[in-house]
Design a protein around this ligand. Structure first.
Ligand SMILES: C[S@@+](CC[C@H](N)C(=O)[O-])C[C@H]1O[C@@H](n2cnc3c(N)ncnc32)[C@H](O)[C@@H]1O
Length: 291
């Protein structure tokens, strides 16, 4: 706790409610580098070598990510979430779609979402304002998100069609995301524990982040995300995460296995639970909406 307090005081990051086992394992990995098992010694190392703070924060903020990570989850976003958001926009005559990727790491997740939205909207895309924000506490990862250059491995879940459409091959094993996709996504430093990320969202992806928090913090964050959603807006969690505590009472479950939840809509105009809109329905709705 003394070490975590020091990290909080010096760097403003509070890891005290992250899962203890995971935090200890990661701190110990850093301590092994210095061949010490004393927390006091490690605190002294931080004092004499402030660059170690960055290494420690990197170790604590695990930022593994890739495009369309957990394809099944992205399939649910594509087939359930996006069509219903477009449906709701058409009913309400709204043309702005706002989405948040909370804990976005180096941006693969919000870029994947942007690609799916572009695909679904097709020609109607120009009539919409897509407002997608990726947030994280890892400044290096946010900076990396702006480079948009990826190895083939990072893109292994991207279909050939999407790869050809949205990426440019720039080397033997390197691809660059096209800038019009990049321009749809804004990146912001934001700590979901202490800050409000982005209000009035239609879609929030918060995947593979809650897993690092203890149950109480998970509940607090889920309730905060609820407040960030428009009525009828969707929350998608990681495949091993779920609603906890009172958050389970406030969200509506759309698909528990795929971790798709929703802030209940107050009005009565909502698609029947479990229904999926076809591309043809969407085209029709979007056309009607734009007329
Ligand atoms: C494992 S990555 C998940 C990336 C992406 N969501 C995915 O599933 O591919 C977890 C991310 O959460 C970020 N993170 C950890 N604590 C956070 C906090 N308090 N607020 C915002 N982001 C946080 C980490 O920096 C890391 O980039």
């Amino acid at each position: 706790m003394r070490l975590l307090t020091k990290l909080h005081d010096e760097k403003g990051l509070d890891f005290s409610q992250y899962r203890e086992t995971s935090i200890l394992r990661r701190i110990n990995t850093r301590m092994d580098r210095y061949k010490t098992d004393s927390y006091d010694d490690y605190i002294k190392i931080l004092q004499t070598n402030p660059a170690e703070y960055k290494e420690l924060i990197n170790a604590l903020t695990i930022n593994v990510t890739e495009f369309f990570r957990n394809p099944e989850s992205f399939n649910a976003i594509d087939k359930i979430v996006i069509p219903r958001v477009i449906f709701s926009k058409s009913i309400n005559q709204h043309k702005i779609i706002r989405a948040l990727s909370c804990g976005c790491s180096s941006g693969d997740e919000p870029y994947s979402l942007a690609i799916l939205l572009l695909e679904k909207l097709g020609d109607a895309r120009k009539k919409f304002l897509l407002n997608i924000v990726g947030t994280d506490i890892d400044r290096d990862a946010l900076e990396e998100a702006k480079n948009m250059v990826y190895s083939k491995n990072r893109l292994k879940a991207v279909s050939k069609k999407l790869l050809d459409e949205y990426f440019e091959k720039i080397g033997e094993d390197e691809y660059k995301l096209k800038s019009y996709v990049r321009n749809l996504v804004k990146f912001r430093y934001n700590n979901i524990i202490t800050d409000t990320p982005f209000l009035l969202c239609d879609i929030i992806l918060c995947r593979n982040l809650l897993i690092y928090f203890n149950k109480q913090l998970q509940e607090e964050v889920l309730l905060k995300l609820y407040e960030c959603l428009n009525p009828g807006g969707f929350l998608v969690l990681g495949m091993v995460e779920s609603l906890v505590g009172s958050a389970a009472d406030v969200f509506e479950t759309v698909d528990n296995r795929l971790r798709v939840y929703r802030r209940p809509e107050t009005g009565s105009l909502k698609p029947e639970s479990g229904s999926t809109l076809s591309q043809c329905d969407i085209d029709k709705l979007v056309k009607e909406m734009l007329e």
